[in-house]
Design a protein around this ligand. Structure first.
Ligand code: C2E
Ligand code: MG
Ligand code: MG
Ligand code: MG
Length: 293
């Protein structure tokens, strides 16, 4: 019948939908067990000071070696975790694993001066034991709160401002820093942001990708730089892939950056090698050259 109605496209659409549904179901069913066996792991992407290549921070990013679907990126399962009440469990696993790794790096290098950045999902943020759980893990691994920065998206923060305010105050009591992730893509009013005492803004990759040749992106990033200055928060550019984007950021006064130009996310041991080296050098300075004023 589908064919009679000229519905080849419809049949294909249904096939795609069914395939997607099957994948979702497979993910949902296996995510819970995956949290408890060895099939999740973290990779770590360095954030550098572009002026000298020094590694200032690493961001932990979750990966899943799915038994049948292969390596999955967070885009294909974080949302499913959120909608099946697994967000807290997954988030706790991520935070604990990242902190354990941080403690290991520190044990290999007593002067480790590094900020550990960990993403927190909206559902996790409103969990009742979120603050207590965070405090427990920090204590277990003897990590000072101010070595850790939690990344929260703008929309997650403003969906329940009162709750967010309480949570941020709790984190601040622990000394834990807070970053607004993907900044510029959300729907918050600046007045709301003023009330939330955040420490870091991470400019969304969308504005960075074509920064070298897009006037619109240049205008947006310029205004975010001046916003960060007036609020006195640190600023990080995400998704820096090209020398021209890096140069533009340097000229605008945004020195911290993360992106494939410097490093892809790395397995823990390779990230450890990079931390021992301390900086991504010297090709970076050569590539970006002296900054025009
Ligand atoms: P995010 O927190 O904004 O992380 C940055 C993402 O951009 C990562 O993707 C990273 O691999 C990618 N990236 C970094 N540099 C570049 C670049 O130069 N070019 C491009 N095209 N991409 C770059 P990933 O690992 O796939 O993570 C996607 C998102 O999933 C993250 O975005 C974050 O929102 C979420 N996520 C990742 N790990 C976790 C986690 O452990 N917990 C939670 N709740 N969310 C996570
Ligand atoms: Mg992030
Ligand atoms: Mg981001
Ligand atoms: Mg993102």
């Amino acid at each position: 019948a589908a064919k009679a109605e000229g519905g080849n496209a419809i049949a294909t659409f249904n096939e795609d939908m069914r395939a997607e549904f099957e994948i979702r179901t497979a993910i949902e069913l296996s995510l819970r067990t995956s949290i408890n066996d060895d099939s999740l792991h973290l990779v770590y992407q360095p954030e550098v000071d572009m002026r000298d290549g020094k590694v200032l921070a690493v961001e932990a990013l979750v990966r899943w070696d799915h038994p049948t679907l292969g390596l999955l990126l967070p885009a294909s399962f974080i949302e499913i975790a959120e909608s099946t009440n697994l967000a807290s469990e997954l988030g706790t696993w991520v935070f604990r694993t990242a902190c354990r790794q941080f403690a290991k790096w520190r044990s290999e290098n007593a002067d480790l001066d590094l900020c550990l950045r960990v993403n927190v999902s909206p559902a996790q943020l409103v969990g009742l034991d979120f603050l207590e759980g965070t405090a427990q893990v920090l204590e277990e691994y003897e990590i000072a709160g101010n070595s850790v920065c939690l990344e929260i998206t703008e929309n997650a923060m403003v969906s329940d401002l009162d709750r967010t305010r309480v949570t941020l105050r709790g984190l601040s009591d622990l000394g834990v820093r807070v970053a607004i992730d993907d900044f510029g893509t959300g729907f918050s009013a600046l007045a709301q942001l003023k009330q939330l005492k955040v420490d870091v803004l991470k400019i969304d990759q969308e504005f960075i990708r074509d920064l070298g040749h897009s006037r619109g992106d240049l205008a947006i990033v310029k205004s975010i730089v001046s916003l960060a200055k007036s609020f006195d928060v640190d600023l990080v550019a995400e998704g820096v892939e090209t020398v021209s984007a890096a140069r533009t950021l340097l000229e605008l006064g945004c020195y911290r950056a993360q992106g494939f130009l410097f490093s892809h996310p790395l397995p823990a041991d390779q990230a450890g090698d990079l931390l021992r080296a301390g900086a991504i050098q010297p090709w970076l300075a050569a590539a970006t050259g002296p900054v025009r004023k």
